[in-house]
Design a protein around this ligand. Structure first.
Ligand code: FAD
Length: 413
């Protein structure tokens, strides 16, 4: 299809890449980008990193907008419908509804992402925030600028980055984690514990195996009550307990929803002309022969472009096959992970996080390398991604690690 109308729902990373991907594929028709937020598409990773800690207190941090309105409108030829949440998808009439307004499509890409999970009972209490949107980041940053005593609920990646930002400003911060070890689902138990040591080393009070039983305050949060009977004074509480795919508006669309929009390997939803991309999409990844829904920047960007191309030319649709990749910045360390963390064995093959501040760990399933984690291993992580992509054996991965191992530092007298 080179003419007609493509409608993209969700004006963020995957949605923008879908619009760009459609143009790159030679599409000359109308592209309409529908977004619930009033903002132009912006980048989320900086919101928990540079946006919180890189700027002088009080100075206005730069908004991480991807493209100006002029570029989107004049160069990319995109019609923007912002501040306009889609309320319904009519796959029979081939239209996205925004309230009473019907936006008809020939092809559609759904990229509505995920929304932050809230803490029940915290509604209406000032000083309690999630961190998913630019508006959330503005509020969290203002509280940090004011020197807030900070409590983070959940020692996942975003919560840990907020803790890093608070510590870089010299603020007291406590992270509460209900599981005995953080990041078990993301990187496995052993490496989750290793990453947690970064908190200890940087003066963050990390408390694992403790739940939050309540928040107290007169209109504004003042205290966090914990399941071990203790209490923490707080001016800022950041809730980092995960995200849920934004599919409520699709409830009666007929699309298959199961922790995301269920798609085949080409990101096709099963409804004519409708593809999904990014954090909202659960698709079959042929490389691992399993269904996945990722909340990673790289896959959201890649899926946006592929979903658009496939939507324009379903007859030659290509599968999206990938080795998942994400990074996270804690204090002065970069954590990077490729592949999947479900493994029969995890082996640290280079470095020691506590001793050297860096490490490489490999993940084995059967006789195959399926994952790799590095802390401050930027020069090597993509090599492991390549090995996983090539379906390298465990023996080959260990041999490669042996060759790449940084020589031990021997002190001479
Ligand atoms: P989203 O970015 O969630 O965008 C979806 C958009 O759709 C939103 O703007 C939403 O308002 C809109 N929308 C929702 N419902 C509707 C509707 N009904 N109608 C219209 N619009 C709708 N990943 C990494 O790999 N590394 C990192 O370091 C990293 N850091 C992160 C830090 C933060 C603070 C956050 C929040 C995420 C981070 N991520 C990181 C994850 C990464 O940003 C996401 O994977 C990526 O943003 C997903 O893009 P998306 O377009 O699929 O969804």
């Amino acid at each position: 299809m080179s003419r007609g109308r493509v409608v993209v729902v969700g004006a963020s990373l995957a949605g923008l890449r879908a619009a760009e991907g459609a143009r790159k594929a030679g599409f000359e028709g109308r592209i309409t980008l529908i977004g619930a937020e009033a903002h132009l598409p912006y980048d989320r990773p900086p919101l928990s990193k540079a946006y919180l800690d890189d700027v002088e207190p009080g100075a206005a941090p730069e908004t991480p907008t991807f493209r100006t309105e002029e570029v989107l409108r004049d160069e990319l030829g995109v019609e923007l419908l912002l501040g306009a949440p889609a309320t319904k998808l009519d796959t029979t009439g081939k239209a996205v509804l925004i309230g009473d307004q019907a936006v008809e499509y020939d092809a559609a890409v759904i990229a509505t992402g995920a929304t932050a999970r809230q803490l029940p009972g915290a509604e209406g209490l000032a000083g309690v925030h999630t961190l998913r949107t630019l508006d959330d980041a503005v509020a969290v940053r203002a509280a940090l600028d004011a020197g807030a005593r900070t409590v983070v609920i959940g020692a996942g990646f975003i919560g840990s980055e907020v803790a890093s930002g608070a510590r870089k400003r010299g603020l007291d911060v406590t992270v509460i984690e209900a599981s005995p070890t953080p990041l078990v689902r993301a990187v496995g138990e052993a490496m989750g514990a290793a990453c947690a040591s970064l908190h200890h080393r940087n003066g963050t009070d990390l408390r694992c195996g403790v739940g939050v039983t309540g928040l107290e305050g007169d209109g504004r949060v003042e205290r966090v009550l914990l399941s071990d009977g203790s209490t923490l004074d707080a001016d800022l509480v950041v809730v980092g307990v995960g995200a849920v795919p934004a599919t409520d508006w699709l409830a009666d669309s007929g699309l298959r929803l199961d922790n995301g929009i269920v798609c085949d390997a080409t990101l096709f939803t099963g409804a004519e002309g409708v593809y999904a991309a990014g954090d909202v999409a659960r698709w079959h990844n042929p490389l691992f022969d399993r269904s996945m829904r990722l909340e990673h920047w790289t896959s959201a960007a890649e899926q946006g472009a592929i979903a658009a191309r496939n939507a324009l030319d379903p007859a030659s649709a290509k599968p999206y096959e990938t080795v998942p990749y994400f990074w996270s910045d804690w204090y002065d360390s970069r954590i990077q992970f490729v592949g999947v963390p479900q493994a029969d064995e995890v082996q640290v093959v280079d470095g020691d996080l506590e001793r050297d501040g860096r490490c490489v760990a490999l993940y084995r399933e059967g006789d195959r390398l399926v994952g790799a984690l590095t802390v401050n291993g930027q020069s090597v992580i993509m090599k492991y991604r390549g090995l996983i992509m090539k379906r390298a054996s465990w023996a080959d991965a260990l041999a490669f690690a042996e060759k790449r191992r940084a020589p031990a530092v021997v002190s001479a007298r």
